[in-house]
Design a protein around this ligand. Sequence first.
Ligand code: SAM
Length: 291
Amino acid sequence: MADSAVARNLLTDNPALYEARFPDPERLAARWTEDVLCRYGAGPRVLDIGCGTGRDAAHLRTTGRTVVGADVSDAMLAYARTHHPGPRYVRADLRRFHLEDLAPRPFDAVVCLDSALLYCHTNDDLDGFLDSCRRALAPGGLLVAEMRNGAFFLGRTELLDAPAIRGFEWEGTVYRSVTTLTVDRPAQLLRRRRVWTTEDGTPPVEQRSAWRLLFPQELRYALAAHGFTVLELHDGPGPRTEPAWRPGPAPSPVGLAGPDASPGGPAGPGPSPGGSADGDRLHLVARWGDG
Ligand SMILES: C[S@@+](CC[C@H](N)C(=O)[O-])C[C@H]1O[C@@H](n2cnc3c(N)ncnc32)[C@H](O)[C@@H]1O
């Protein structure tokens, strides 16, 4: 995403509005992440890249972790420092970042939540992200990501057929957003046009952005090419699925195997927990190294 695109983004320019529009009062995203980190025995040093308002980074810190939050939006970083203090917040571009700009020692985990990874629009962006993660991680470090699933859009048009209209009130003002999604097939992008209106007579604000339509198999391929072993790649339950992930006894990661695990051999790139990668969200856990 070009910096100018970030500057025109009403939500990243207004982080409080972002939290109001996408509330997570139970901190499910951060708790899901913490659950993954615990299940795979991750060490304490975590980078939350594309950290947004900092609410997940700050929650992870309350569990005793040392957390750095990084984002390309100065408005998000300023909000995070004020409203979700604790982590160190640094400006960085997830498409190419450098450990030395973020921390004195490698991280035990890089987390990238709510489709931030899909701002890697091109293969070069994705290579830059994975190469940066590998260089920022200690051997055996984890990459944990949660995002829209490109495969969901194969043969399904339910999110494309009609604009999604949402309204909500924030600080006495009623906001209305009309969101239209279109698929740019050659670029493999899900393009989003969102028009915001308010009742106070402010002219409408149009915001355009795009996510990479990343498919599970190409993600596995890119991860393997960068030396990562996929531990989980599935469509949920997760913090933004319906039904949502809930804290509780988790299946052991050892021996998890779903329909595409290799028969008779070591569990292949584990698809668990739900055993499928068909829904609209994708959850990734990968380890740098051979798992
Ligand atoms: C949908 S928000 C997700 C924020 C946060 N991870 C969460 O789950 O609430 C996407 C975030 O990615 C950030 N972002 C977009 N492009 C980026 C880039 N190239 N490098 C770093 N951050 C980026 C945006 O500024 C925004 O804060």
